[in-house]
Design a protein around this ligand. Structure first.
Ligand code: UDP
Length: 323
């Protein structure tokens, strides 16, 4: 039996492909290479270059490769870009998921792990965030992912054998311990790679808002190591049961933007220049997970529970790729 990884040439997907292979599973990757990289694919994973919205191509893949489970990473991930391009986000994220579900139905594949996001919660009234917190996304990105969760729930309600898990990621960061893959977005919008690019290339970093109601005035986020995130997917895959279950994937602690920059200075030994800038639209002050459910039901505990190991692994990767 083979596991399909959609978006397997992307940041998280490429780490997942390696984690699956290490766990002794056979893997086929589907990616349209719009944001992913062919070089991120290991030679022992089969690869089909196609768009997840191409239902006929996905159906053919599922049948030809004898797929029994799908890890669905393919999607667009930037909150700001989703505001500027809502149709693109709805098409890729929601249209892509519907297409995949149609292909799975046509092929009798009934097991899926879906990449969701803490953006489905919007601006939660309370932190840490538990899975039962109201889902009121404030961006097209978050709404497109929430719509996918609803679609998965409806499919599961209609088919008693359909097994789905939605994993709601907090801020994923870090790189593979063996240096084979890491974060490589173009353009890069995320804090940790931006800070490390500044450490490598100079140029400094702008802090988006220093007047938030947080201890040091900058936003607080829950950073989870990409390899820990992959371990949670393996656990979820092993424990799929009929219906839709949702889990928060974060370490359960928040770190401020200033703490990230200070840790990056310590890890890299470089004086990273930071200047205060205006807030970025749509940034809630504090987001961090209550990951109790993932610990209790998936047996998942992240190994990296401090910023230092996450940033250190990302720094090893940043130094080895050219600017
Ligand atoms: N951030 C920042 N400067 C940057 C990039 C990000 O101050 O150049 C802040 C951003 O406003 C947010 C935090 O860092 O408060 C994490 O942002 P990121 O884009 O990494 O993830 P998000 O929380 O938006 O998913």
């Amino acid at each position: 039996m083979i596991t399909l990884v959609t978006g397997g040439a992307g940041y998280i997907g490429s780490h997942m492909v390696r984690a699956l292979l290490r766990a002794g599973r056979r893997v086929v990757v589907l990616d349209n290479l719009s944001t992913g990289h062919r070089r991120a694919l290991p030679p022992d994973a089969a690869f089909v270059e196609a768009d997840v919205r191409d239902t006929a191509a996905v159906t053919a893949l599922l049948q030809e490769h004898d797929v029994d489970a799908v890890l669905h990473f393919a999607g667009l991930i930037e909150v700001g870009a989703s505001v500027r391009d809502p149709i693109g986000y709805w098409s890729t994220n929601f249209g892509g998921t519907l297409s995949l579900l149609g292909a799975m139905e046509a092929s009798g594949v009934k097991r899926i792990v879906f990449s969701s996001t803490c953006a489905v919660y919007g601006e939660p009234g309370v932190v840490p965030i538990v899975e039962s917190c109201p889902r009121r996304p404030i961006s097209p990105y978050g709404r497109s992912k929430l719509a996918c969760e609803h679609a998965l729930a409806d499919v599961a309600a209609a088919d008693p054998a359909f097994c789905a898990v939605a994993l709601r990621y907090f801020n994923v960061a870090g790189a593979a311990a063996d240096g084979s893959v890491g974060e490589d977005h173009q353009p890069e919008t995320h804090l940790i790679p931006r800070v490390l690019n500044a450490a490598r290339d100079g140029g400094g970093i702008t802090i988006f808002g220093t007047d938030f109601p947080t201890p040091d005035g900058t936003c607080v986020r829950d950073y989870v190591h990409v390899e820990d995130l992959c371990a949670a997917h393996l656990a979820a895959l092993d424990r799929l049961t009929p219906g839709l279950a949702a889990f928060n994937l974060g370490i359960g602690r928040g770190f401020s933007v200033r703490e990230v920059i200070d840790t990056a200075r310590a890890v890299t030994g470089r004086a990273i220049e930071a200047s205060a800038g205006p807030r970025r639209a749509g940034d809630p002050p504090r987001l961090f997970a209550d990951p109790t459910r993932a610990r209790e039901l998936l047996g998942w505990s992240p190994r990296a529970v401090e910023l230092e190991p996450i940033i250190a692994s990302a720094w090893r990767w940043t130094r080895q790729v050219s600017s």
